[in-house]
Write a protein that binds this ligand. Structure first.
Ligand SMILES: [Zn+2]
Length: 281
C-alpha cells in the first residue's frame, strides 16, 4: 500500500509522511478499506532491484486493497506432532535443532519475576499426549482466533519438566485487546500483533498499536534482546514489525497502558511475514 489511514483523524498517510513523523504514526495506521492494523515497510535493495517503502497489513478477507502479498517467513520448519486433542503439552526446552545450539545464560533470573514463588512441580509426560510448540499454537490462532474451540487444556513445561503453566487454554490465553481485568503479575499467555518497534534507554518495546494506550511487549535488556536475535535469527528486532506473537509472560504497567513482560526468548514465539515480490513465482 502507498497510502493508509491515520486512526486518530482518519487522514490519509503516505510513506513519505510516515517517515517525517514516525512517533505520531507508528501503531496508529490502518488499511483505509478494511481497517486492519498496518505497519511501515522500509525501502530496500534486493537482487539489484530497489523496493520503495510501503505499508503492509494483514487484511480482512475480501479487502480490495491487498496490494502487497505477505508470505510466512520460515514456515514449515517444525513438524506437526499429531492432531489436536484436548490436552496439549508444550515443552519449551524442546526446540528446533538450530535453536538448541544457542547457548542460554544459566545464571540470569528475570527481575521481579513471579516465577520465584512457583512451587516446583514436575510433569508426567503421559498426562498430556500431544506435543505442540508455542509457534504451532500461534499458527492455529492466526487461522482461527477462537482456537481452541472447546475446553482444551494446556501444560507448559520448562527447565527439565518443571510445570510453568497449566490449565484450560481459554482461561489462560488472552488476545492483546482482551487484557481488561487481568490481574497484574499473573503468568499467562498473550497473543497479538507487533506493529512497530521502539528503543528507549536500552530497552526495546515491541508495540502492539499506539504505544501510549495499547499493549507493548518489553524486551527489558540487552541480554534478552541478544537471546532473541539468536533464537529467531534476526539482524534486528525491527524485523518483528508485522509479526504475530504468542508469549508466556505477565502483565505490568496499568489498565491504560499494559506492558507484557517475559523472561527468556524460549517463552515467546513469532509468526513473521515478509513481502512477496512480483517476480517471485
Ligand atoms: Zn485491507
Amino acid at each position: 500500500m502507498q497510502s493508509v489511514t491515520y486512526r486518530l483523524d482518519q487522514s490519509p498517510v503516505t510513506p513519505f509522511q510516515y517517515q517525517q513523523d514516525v512517533e505520531k504514526y507508528a501503531g496508529n495506521i490502518e488499511c483505509s478499506e478494511c481497517e486492519a492494523s498496518a505497519w511501515f515497510v522500509r525501502s530496500s535493495v534486493s537482487g539489484g532491484r530497489e523496493r520503495v517503502a510501503c505499508f503492509a497489513a494483514h487484511h480482512q478477507d475480501g479487502c480490495q486493497i491487498k496490494t502487497v502479498v505477505l508470505v510466512v517467513d520460515d514456515e514449515g520448519v517444525e513438524p506437526d506432532e499429531g492432531t489436536d486433542t484436548t490436552r496439549i503439552n508444550v515443552d519449551l526446552d524442546k526446540r528446533k535443532p538450530q535453536e538448541i545450539l544457542v547457548p542460554e545464560p544459566k545464571e540470569r533470573q528475570p527481575v521481579d519475576s513471579p516465577w520465584g514463588v512457583l512451587q516446583r512441580k514436575y510433569a508426567n509426560a503421559a498426562d498430556y499426549p500431544i506435543n505442540k510448540s508455542l509457534r504451532q499454537i500461534l499458527s492455529c490462532l492466526i487461522k482461527n482466533p477462537d482456537y481452541p474451540e472447546d475446553d482444551v487444556s494446556i501444560r507448559i513445561t520448562t527447565d527439565g519438566g518443571r510445570v510453568a503453566l497449566e490449565g484450560e487454554v481459554r482461561k489462560l490465553l488472552s488476545h492483546q485487546r482482551q487484557l481488561a481485568g487481568i490481574e497484574l503479575g499473573t503468568v499467562r499467555l498473550f497473543w497479538g500483533l507487533v506493529t512497530n518497534v521502539n528503543r528507549k534507554d536500552g530497552e526495546v518495546w515491541l508495540n502492539c498499536g499506539d504505544y501510549r494506550t495499547e499493549p507493548s511487549l518489553l524486551v527489558r535488556d540487552e541480554n534478552l534482546e541478544e537471546e532473541m536475535l539468536k533464537a529467531f535469527r534476526l539482524k534486528s528486532l525491527d524485523e518483528l514489525e508485522g509479526a504475530y506473537f504468542l508469549v508466556m509472560g505477565w502483565l505490568a504497567g496499568s489498565e491504560r497502558k499494559p506492558i507484557i513482560n517475559f523472561g527468556f526468548a524460549k517463552y515467546i514465539a513469532f509468526v513473521k511475514y515478509r513481502v512477496k515480490h512480483d517476480e517471485e513465482a
